[in-house]
Design a protein around this ligand. Structure first.
Ligand SMILES: C[S@@+](CC[C@H](N)C(=O)[O-])C[C@H]1O[C@@H](n2cnc3c(N)ncnc32)[C@H](O)[C@@H]1O
Length: 251
């Protein structure tokens, strides 16, 4: 088993109940292109579900895959509310991905590539994804790179160790939650650890963290090429870089 991946996934258990309220997903510019002609779409790792509205509008069969059951439960409610008609679920780690050869598109949302790459190497992540799909399957990555402007949970220019209040949301139980965050980069800035502290009136503060690898766009392109993917489109939106790639040849 992959102990680090297990620890990461476990850290989401208590966030699952309010993940939908907390998350501020940015719909990728390339998503409509990626969905064009698709009938079977997987989001991995889906968390509480990111682009379900778009999948519902496209009328595709949605498969949500994540290693966290609490997240999958939240994602299932989310999918029902957005009107996804055909839904499949899979509780799997990256290193135990099921066969995804029916899928036309696999979406790796919201810097999940960065988080997976902090657990193993970038070529490993892309190889495991490539092995799960068939030639022709599209892959949409929404990721952070070392030279980006930052997004709703990462600010490259924020001094290491400096805490900011970055988000306020209402949890499903009605509690106002305030989120603070601070970050620490490795000396070569190839990784960042972001620490989130949540406070709500009358509750004990709660702290969690995420580790994100920050590969360059060039490193991602090289790794895609070397692991059986061909990039067809790239785009930058709201602090994320998007890559649309297609699986080449045999697995
Ligand atoms: C969408 S990602 C990143 C979310 C965002 N960057 C944040 O934490 O604010 C989070 C999801 O990835 C899942 N996850 C993390 N590592 C995983 C792994 N190795 N295999 C499967 N799922 C994983 C977690 O269970 C969680 O639901």
């Amino acid at each position: 088993m992959n102990a680090q991946a297990e620890r990461v996934v476990e850290s989401y258990r208590h966030r699952a109940a309010w993940m939908r309220a907390e998350a501020r997903p940015t719909t990728p510019h390339l998503l409509s292109k990626a969905l064009d002609g698709a009938t079977h779409v997987t989001e991995f790792p889906c968390g509480a579900g990111h682009f379900l509205n778009s999948y519902a509008k496209a009328g595709v069969r949605v498969r949500l895959v994540d290693a966290s059951w609490p997240m999958l439960t939240a994602a299932t409610h989310h999918a029902r509310e957005t009107g996804v008609v055909e839904l499949a679920l899979g509780c799997h780690f990256l290193h135990q991905l099921p066969d995804l050869s029916e899928e036309d598109l696999v979406v790796v949302p919201n810097a999940a590539l960065n988080q997976l790459t902090a657990q193993t190497t970038l070529p490993d992540v892309l190889t495991l994804l490539r092995r799960a799909v068939r030639p022709g399957t599209r892959l949409l990555l929404q990721h952070l790179t070392v030279d980006m402007l930052g997004c709703g949970f990462y600010t490259p220019t924020l001094a290491d160790g400096h805490q900011i209040r970055d988000h306020r949301f209402r949890a499903p139980d009605g509690q106002e939650v305030t989120r603070y965050r601070r970050q620490h980069h490795t000396h070569d800035r190839s990784q960042v650890r972001i620490e989130f502290t949540y406070t709500s009136p009358g509750q004990v503060d709660h702290t969690t963290h995420v580790n994100l690898a920050l590969p360059s766009a060039a490193e991602i392109e090289t790794a895609l090429t070397n692991t059986g993917w061909t990039t067809t489109h790239t785009h930058t939106r709201s602090g994320f870089r998007e890559v649309l790639a297609t699986a080449r040849g045999s697995r």
